[in-house]
Design a binder for this molecule. Structure first.
Ligand code: FMN
Length: 385
């Protein structure tokens, strides 16, 4: 009897174990689970960002879907990126006039105007999702939706091709690069980006070594970039002498490096663990933003701070903005949406804008540029920890 009673709390916590859910249910599976693989769920049935993941998994061959979906190691960081947002609840205020919140959606990033505080992250191999349009759907969808497009270094269109599309649409785009350590090659990459019309360089600094990616290895779908690369503040200073474009550092994961970035005159920083694809155990950008908020909040005033990883709902965006993040990136959702080409990308943008303004309204947030950190309860909700 005694041992049974002692075991009770443990039985309780075992029963409380919460399985990971890649896509919280939206009802899509009830309608389309019987749709044979290789078929596309009609776009008008996509009602949430997670639905694009479901639709892409059904439509793409496993190798191509896996390249997008995979994370490093045991994918704990990939899962944490998605789950972390539920660890912090909103503190909705009521009896406030939120009727003007939609007008506060537009923002600037490095001085350029955009229709919303979110953007498309650089992600290589768009052709895996859309062999015909490749990256065009992402570029043109971003133009139509008025948001920023960041072209990946390992992309399927050349920077000049993206520049041409962007010029036609009067569109601002940035160019991400990995640097090789060969000055001639790297200078050429900067010069080509500038000549093609990119307005900023995104230097990804979270990839000093290869990401260990088991799920992708199964399909021989490794990282597009490989090997060790030299990434130091000395290199950053050198690159700054090569171009007059702003150089944004993508992949900042600690308050110390955010402070170093300010001290080294970085143009902007981007909190990211590469979608959990580089090193398992790396923190989500929400955790990093919270660390900066608690230990060096001045950083958010000294420099523009962007963030990405696991953002799937309007309320996720609000939580990052509340800490002082200026704009938020999405990678996989756009790659999955690109399976539908431009129309899919436009649809995603519309869904997320709608979620942001409605979630803000219901949370008592009247102005997306002035969200109090008190709009969120930063005490951890342990059910999700
Ligand atoms: C398929 C795929 C390819 C990616 N390729 C790159 C890349 O070439 N350069 C880069 O800086 N980040 C790359 N990333 C990381 C994204 O820019 C971004 O940090 C990440 O996807 C955000 O997380 P999310 O997918 O949960 O939104 C890639 C991500 C994915 C999913």
């Amino acid at each position: 009897m005694r041992s049974t009673l002692l075991a009770l709390p443990f039985i309780g916590s075992a029963l409380a174990a919460r399985p990971f859910v890649n896509e919280p249910a939206t009802g899509i599976e009830e309608l389309f689970d019987s749709l044979p693989a290789g078929n596309l769920v009609p776009l008008n049935q996509i009602v949430a960002l997670h639905d694009f993941d479901y639709a892409a998994r059904k439509f793409l061959i496993p190798a191509n879907y896996t390249y997008y979906r995979n994370g490093a190691g045991g994918e704990w960081s990939y899962r944490n990126n998605l789950e972390v947002f539920q660890r912090y609840r909103l503190r909705p205020r009521v009896m406030l006039d939120v009727t003007g919140v939609e007008a506060t959606l537009p923002t600037t990033i490095l001085g350029y105007n955009f229709s919303a505080p979110f953007f498309i992250c650089p992600a290589s191999r768009a052709a895996n999702g859309n062999p015909t349009e490749v990256e065009r759907g992402l570029v043109e969808g971003a133009a139509a939706g008025g948001i920023l497009y960041n072209q990946a270094g390992y992309s399927d269109l050349s920077v000049e091709e993206v520049g041409e599309i962007a010029a036609k649409n009067n569109q601002t785009f940035f160019r991400q690069i990995y640097l090789t350590g060969n000055d001639t090659t790297d200078k050429t990459a900067f010069n080509r980006a500038k000549a093609a019309g990119a307005k900023a360089i995104i230097w990804t600094v979270d990839s000093a070594a290869d990401g260990v990616r088991h799920r992708a290895a199964r399909y021989s779908m490794g990282s597009a970039n490989g090997g060790f690369s030299l990434q130091t503040w000395g290199e950053y200073k050198k690159y700054k002498t090569w171009t007059d474009l702003p150089i944004v550092l993508k992949g900042i994961q600690t308050v110390e490096d955010a402070q170093e970035a300010v001290a080294n005159g970085a143009d902007a920083i981007w909190l990211s663990n590469h979608g959990g694809r580089q090193v398992d155990g790396s923190p989500s950008s929400l955790e990093v933003a919270l660390e900066i908020h608690q230990e060096a909040p001045e950083v958010f005033k000294q420099i523009e701070v962007y963030a990405d990883g696991g953002v799937r709902y309007g309320s996720d965006v609000l939580k990052l903005l509340a800490l002082g993040v200026r704009a938020v990136g999405l990678g996989r959702p756009f790659m999955y949406a690109n399976v539908y080409g431009t129309e899919g990308v436009k649809h995603l943008i519309k869904l997320l804008k709608n979620e942001i303004i409605n979630d803000a309204g219901n949370a008592g947030i009247a102005d997306l540029h002035n969200i109090s950190p008190r709009a969120i309860n930063w005490n951890v909700n342990h059910w999700y920890s």
